[in-house]
Design a protein around this ligand. Structure first.
Ligand code: PLP
Length: 386
């Protein structure tokens, strides 16, 4: 099977597996133990991984916390900030308010939904234009006296659209609003420098960048501004009491290695094959390339083909080709993607939407086979529909 769903998950790079292996059964100690050398070795390995990630993001290692993945990082940040702000009534007693966009990942949308249903927070979901971009004016208009947090993904998981966050970030600074960015899909694909952009808190995930599953990180700015939040997990003093629980040393080592191996320039070259694939299909079919008018990640193609149901196409090719219906999180649901709906993809196209995401192990041969397979299967469906 040709795998072209790298935005859903990536394989662990062999170098990552090799780096992790000793930490399962040779150096397996608890990294927080202090009385013997094996534990110190584990602690050193955690420090190296934290340094690798901090160096890559151009931040201090003190600003990196390990979590179990981006979903946990998002929950920890949003709920932890809410708890701190609600308990200290930092904002003039005005009702707490969050601004986000309608195209965020479900981990953000569902956490916001929870906060608005059970915690008395109001949430404004900004619309996007047809290219998936938020209007700065809409953001400014949405600010209320109680707005304490803005949440915008740097790169969208379904379309790869890169959100230009700099202007929003400076508005946030001016109005003393914290900016959380879901950088899960951006890290490893474009250079992410939170301090330069003006992002105060950001999340990432090992399995999106050729590291293992079940490990993630949260960047929390400790200088200009010094962000504080209430912990979600209570227990031991790991991660300076920000997140209790025995550290996942093999996972942390794997993620550190994966980040060390990031090569943005080589990754950018995937755009050539992605464009070839899109052009080849566009010559044959009536289709939309979603997010085409905005800056996009080099590896993602989200296309909507008129007159077919993507679910039928996927059913016919799923043994040969691993691609997704809009987003892995929407697979199995009959509802059209909330991202494409927000981008106002017309009704006659939206049901025919697929996401193809290339990765570092993709070959040109795989792309040419994929073009042929898709042409053949889409043509069959269109002919059957005549
Ligand atoms: N945010 C984005 C943009 C994602 O693409 C994903 C994964 O699909 C997540 C968050 C959740 O990541 P994890 O699988 O590490 O919980």
């Amino acid at each position: 099977m040709i795998y072209l769903d790298y935005n859903a998950s990536t394989p662990c790079a062999p170098e990552v597996v090799e780096a992790m292996l000793p930490y399962f059964s040779e150096r397996f100690a608890n990294a927080s133990a202090t009385t013997y050398s094996m534990a110190w070795q584990c602690d050193e390995a955690v420090k190296r991984a934290r340094n690798n990630i901090a160096t890559h993001l151009n931040v201090s290692p003190k600003e990196i916390l390990f979590t179990s993945g981006a979903t946990e990082s998002i929950n920890m940040a949003l709920k932890g900030l809410y708890e701190l702000y609600s308990s200290t009534a930092v904002i003039n007693d005005a009702p707490l308010h969050i601004i986000t966009s309608s195209t965020e990942h479900s981990a953000v949308l569902m956490t916001c939904d929870y906060l608005s249903k059970y915690k008395n927070v109001t949430v404004t979901y900004l619309p996007v234009d047809q290219h998936g971009i938020i209007k700065v004016q809409d953001f400014e208009n949405a600010i209320q006296p109680g707005t304490f947090l803005a949440i915008f993904a740097l790169a969208n998981n379904e379309t790869g659209v890169i959100q230009p966050l700099e202007t929003i970030a400076s508005l946030c600074k001016e109005r003393k609003i914290l900016l959380f960015s879901d950088t899960t899909q951006a890290v490893g694909k474009i250079q992410v420098d939170p301090k330069k952009i003006g992002i105060d808190i950001a999340c990432m995930s090992g399995h999106k960048l050729y590291g293992p599953k079940g490990i993630g990180a949260l960047y929390i700015s400790q200088k200009n501004p010094r962000v504080r939040l209430n912990p979600l997990h209570h227990g031991g003093k790991q991660e300076d009491s920000w997140r209790a629980g025995t550290l996942n040393v093999p996972g942390i080592v794997g993620m550190g290695k994966a980040v060390e191996m990031i090569d943005i320039n080589t990754f950018q070259q995937l755009a050539t094959w992605r464009d070839e694939l899109e052009n080849a299909l566009a010559q044959h079919f009536s289709m939309l390339i979603n997010g085409h008018g905005a800056p996009r990640l080099a590896n993602v193609s989200n296309i909507s083909i008129e007159g077919i149901r993507a679910s039928e196409l996927i059913k016919n090719i799923h043994h040969e080709l691993g691609i997704s219906l809009g987003s892995a999180c929407n697979a199995g649901s009959n509802k059209p993607s909330h991202v494409l709906t927000a981008m106002q993809v017309p009704i006659n196209f939206i049901d025919g939407s697929i996401r193809i995401s290339l990765g570092k192990y993709t070959t040109f041969k795989e792309i040419s086979i994929t073009i042929d397979l898709l042409k053949q299967h889409i043509t069959t469906i269109l002919n059957n529909n005549l």
